[in-house]
Design a protein around this ligand. Structure first.
Ligand SMILES: *[C@@H]1O[C@H](CO)[C@@H](O)[C@H](O)[C@H]1NC(C)=O
Ligand SMILES: *[C@@H]1O[C@H](CO)[C@@H](O)[C@H](O)[C@H]1NC(C)=O
Ligand SMILES: [Ca+2]
Ligand SMILES: [Ca+2]
Ligand SMILES: [Ca+2]
Ligand SMILES: [Ca+2]
Length: 512
């Protein structure tokens, strides 16, 4: 029978049956050669992993421990033929992967050795062929036998985070258990044997804020109410350890930068309850009176502030709008001011967040209010005429020096300066009129001729005595009336005068 002459390879096997080749599945041992010391030691010490895998006698596998550090070649196993009677007439030969460079066989004893250390992570097994040859005839004594030398794993690779370092973000105020990111470590060691590649994740730095699932590497929020406004970024250190996390396992770490993103959990707040603004009474409508600010600790949209003036006594005088850049409230004048009329205004302003998050409404209300007091500042203003323009009439034969009307201007400022009047000289017009510098009364200085000029336009200037740079101008139109339109008996001299206490701009004419 063929099997009776078979070349037997014998060893203690720790591995699954998939390595058993059908052509060598049978036969019992005639030679129980001891396997190398490394495996024997493992067996004796009963390493935990060994209890999990199947044991059995397998005839076509040798094992060699990876990363062997000994000085002598590592003993792998022994070839033996039934036909070998120990009389040195049988020679053993090897061929296949690594023969010569890695594996050698002692021709007479059949002892196989590995010449150098092997790395399972580089090549896990070698396929070889053995043969027993008659020394005298050189003929094979039996068919060639195939077998495998399997490189036995040791735990020489630590778990590695190939995608690290990581960065992730999660909204602040997220509930405990909120997913942040999953980290994954890989271990190059044999996942089918022992625990060399069995990874357990743990968090070395980052508690109590975050947790990591030992099996999946999923990082989650571990502390409620984490507030971005208190701390925005966290550097979390995650460890992956093989040997199921046991003492003696190899470990790798990775950094996970976690940033809390903003939610609207802060209302805008005025730094003070009263803001004082000052504005000159001369400020034009639409101009800025000043700025107020409500601070919002949030970011972006969540920190946008809308301002409004609470309706009240002074609310119609001012507007407020938001400066998009600074989120300040700009108070703007809506109506003209007059210091002499009203010196101060006070109104209430409300600041609110337009973009609310319903989940955090209980942390609100998302608004605040403050009082704005506006002081109107006096400005030295030019004199003010009692009218915007004046119309006067006179007869063409009015004698010179007769008063035909008067203008009045007043200084409304605190100083109440006296006023001086004058007629603005105009190149294209002859000077027909005089004005009393103190009284503002206008008289003719030349005979008027209606046929030549029926209407005279003059400009009267009022100047403040205590500040000549401040003056106002007003136009006065004087119509010249025709005397011939009147009956002769009415054409006798008449007189016009202005009463001492005349109302401003009032022109009095009395006919006789
Ligand atoms: C993590 O944060 C640190 C410190 O802020 C920084 O130096 C590093 O580049 C960050 N790493 C990643 C992956 O963002
Ligand atoms: C006088 O002023 C009136 C109104 O300002 C104008 O219509 C008129 O043409 C002016 N007359 C002269 C002579 O300047
Ligand atoms: Ca290795
Ligand atoms: Ca290994
Ligand atoms: Ca906010
Ligand atoms: Ca926030």
């Amino acid at each position: 029978m063929l099997m009776g002459n078979c070349l037997l390879l014998i060893l203690w096997c720790l591995l699954d049956k998939s390595f058993v080749s059908p052509m060598h599945s049978s036969a019992q041992s005639k030679l129980g050669k001891e396997h190398h010391r490394g495996l024997r030691d493992q067996r004796r010490h009963g390493l935990s992993g060994l209890h999990r895998v199947k044991r059995g006698w397998v005839w076509n596998q040798f094992f060699v421990l990876e990363e062997y550090m000994g000085t002598d070649p590592q003993y792998v196993g022994k070839l033996h033929s039934d036909l070998d009677k120990g009389d040195n007439l049988v020679k053993y030969t090897l061929s296949g992967e690594g023969v010569g460079s890695i594996f050698t066989v002692e021709p007479t004893t059949g002892d196989i050795h590995a010449l150098r250390s092997l790395d399972r992570e580089e090549k896990p097994y070698y396929a070889l062929r053995a043969q027993a040859v008659d020394v005298l005839t050189g003929r094979p004594l039996e068919p060639e036998s195939e077998f495998i030398i399997k490189v036995q794993d040791i735990n020489d690779n630590e778990p590695k985070f190939l995608e690290g370092p990581y960065s992730a973000s999660v909204p602040e105020m997220s509930p405990v258990g909120t997913y942040v990111i999953q980290v994954t470590a890989t271990d190059a060691d044999d996942p089918t044997y022992g625990n060399s590649a069995r990874i357990v994740y743990s968090i070395l730095h980052g508690q109590p804020y975050f947790s990591v699932d030992p099996k999946t590497g999923v990082i989650k929020i571990a502390l409620p109410n984490m507030d971005r406004e208190v701390k925005e970024t966290y550097q979390v250190l995650i460890q992956a350890k093989d040997m199921g996390g046991q003492l003696g396992g190899l470990a790798g770490t990775t950094i996970v930068n976690i940033t809390l993103t903003d939610v609207n959990d802060n209302p805008p707040r005025f730094a003070k309850s009263i803001f004082h603004l000052r504005v000159p009474e001369s400020a034009p409508v639409g101009s800025s009176v000043g700025k107020i600010k409500a601070h919002d600790l949030d970011l972006g949209k969540n920190a946008e502030v809308e301002y409004s003036i609470v309706p009240g006594d002074s609310s119609s005088m001012f507007d407020i709008y938001t400066d998009e850049q600074t989120q300040e409230g700009i108070v703007v004048l809506r109506k003209p001011l007059d210091y002499e009329n009203r010196k101060a205004y006070s109104f209430k302003v409300e600041a609110s967040n337009p973009h609310l998050d319903s989940r955090f409404l209980h942390l609100g209300p998302y608004k605040d209010s403050a009082t704005v007091k506006v002081s109107v500042m006096d400005v030295d203003e030019p004199p003010l005429f009692s009218r915007s323009s004046y119309n006067m009439e006179t007869y063409e034969d009015t004698p010179m020096g007769i008063v035909i009307g008067a203008v009045t201007a007043e200084d409304l400022d605190i100083g109440d300066s006296p006023i001086r009047y004058s007629i603005e000289w105009r190149k294209d017009d002859e000077n027909y009129f005089d004005i009393d510098p103190v009284e503002g009364t206008i008289t003719t200085s030349e005979a008027l001729d209606r046929e030549r000029t029926a209407k005279h336009n003059i400009t009267v200037v009022a100047t403040k005595v205590n500040n000549p740079l401040l003056y106002s101008r007003v136009s006065v139109t004087i119509s010249v009336l025709d005397v011939n339109e009147f009956p002769p008996e009415l054409s006798h001299p008449y007189e016009a005068f202005v009463c001492e206490d005349a109302k401003v701009g009032q022109v009095n004419r009395i006919y006789h």
